[in-house]
Design a protein around this ligand. Sequence first.
Ligand code: FES
Length: 187
Amino acid sequence: MTDPLPPIQSDLPIKQVLRPDGTLDEPLPQELEPLLQAYQQGQMTLESLMQAVQDRLGHLPDRWMRHVAVQAGMTRLQLQRWITLHPEWRTHPPGRHVIRVCRAESCTDEGSARIMAGLEQWLHLEADHTTADGKLSLETVYCLGHCEGAAVVALDDVIHHQMDVDQTLARVKCWLREIEGKEEPTA
Ligand code: FES
């Protein structure tokens, strides 16, 4: 289903969010309401609701997921478990740049576990975490739709086919140099 709703703007008026016990607590962007209504009216599945929120906010903020859980008739814990079954969804904001390593079957068969381990070691960054300065996230994904090119690694939006550990590290080093050249120096 195509989604005609505009992106959420963070400076728009806010409403209150339900706590799991039904009391009101934290602010909710008003623009989330049409999504929740569409879900309540059966026009969206829970999965498409989550995708729409992530498309707008970049991740699924925990405080708003409580409200979604109430609407979905689930406990917060049930919803959290459900979210973890979808590794493409983020519960925290991503870094400004993202390395994604495919761990679905074709890429795993071609050594993507070794690629991820090599990146973790070289970057000193655990899979599915972001550096403290928010610059870089290292993410596991399950199929990027390029299975014929396994093993597949994405550096931001650029897909790299037939990677092994050495090729991946060489490309990542190059890519990081390019990024550092483009980023504003921090004060
Ligand atoms: S299995 Fe890795 S891109 Fe599909």
